[in-house]
Design a protein around this ligand. Sequence first.
Ligand code: GAF
Length: 396
Amino acid sequence: MAGLAESLLKTDFRKLYGSAEGMRVFRAPGRVNLIGEHTDYNLGFVLPVALDLATYIATAPSAVPSGPGKLRIYSEFRQEMREWEVADLGALTPQRHWTDYPIGVAQELLRLGLAIAPANLLIRSTVPEGSGLSSSAALEVSTALALLAGRPLDPLDLARLCQRAEHNFPGIPCGIMDQYISVFGRERSAVEIDCRSLGHRFVELPADITFVAVNTMVKHALAGSAYKDRVAECAAAVAGIQRKFPVVKSLRDVSPEQLESVEPSLPAVVARRARHVVTEDARVGRYVDASARGDLALMGKLLVESHRSLQHDYEVSCAELDFLVATALTIDGVLGSRMTGGGFGGCTVTMLRPDAVTRFSEEIARAYQRQFQATPQVYACRPSAGAGEVKDSEEF
Ligand code: GAF
């Protein structure tokens, strides 16, 4: 690690903790999902991209005069320091606080028999919180790496550990996508993940398109409870479909024809949720194929179909997201647009011609400002590498 950024982080670390002796830095990226929304916990397919927006954690062993010592964590964004005796970490309970994410990770490491050494941590992040760009997974994965401090852990085990941390501590029954892409992201590639086999393949996107994320700057209160409701509705759909097709284990196994044949026997809402998941899974495959053929028009059309399905069948969109998508589709050079992430706020992702980015950013910001009296942030989506130790970088 070299350069101005490192020395700034070191200076800040030293100011905070008195010494930066033995300091190491670990990075885990946020993500934007191009297509395949709410399919991961149905064991289907997703196509995310790791971003150059990332969470960095600087860590150094803390001096222990006597006794087992403390874990201290400082969040720059929250401007808040918390500390615990390392001996107490295993017994902590969720506090509905940002520290639930790192503590959840610490507990999963302990469950694997990996001890947590006394340490000082400083969290610096460029992933906007609550934006649907997966700041939670970036925090989980960077925390796991910082607490491991160089001890090896298989990358898939790392992603799964962080997913378990989110299930068991903050209590969100998320799929694997966010943690997986944070670990397995690659520069210049999207990653198609099979959420059942947990394998992936890298998908090189056509050179003559680019993606931008636009942040609604809102996160509606419904987000957490609606996510749990959708997970439960999908389980109800599987139970209903199994009455006719006992081999079905998840919505991933259901063909459009099978779904059509059982739809009348399912409650209407449950049938709509299943229809989104089944059609969305198919769209991921079609999008990847269209990308390989360079069929930009079809890629754009599939993004819009995905949004309509999330809006009407899955009902996880909101007025702000719908407005951004509708407006994007009126701007020259835009090929497609949809909400990305869990929904109820957060970001849209728009596929467009590279030479349209500046005009797009200005026009969409102006229109959104006029409609909602808020300035949306616009992020270029540069496919970036997955998580790891930062050894030579000026990136933060
Ligand atoms: C959130 C979850 F964390 C993911 O697992 C995924 O389900 C996503 O919403 C929707 O596709 O980001």
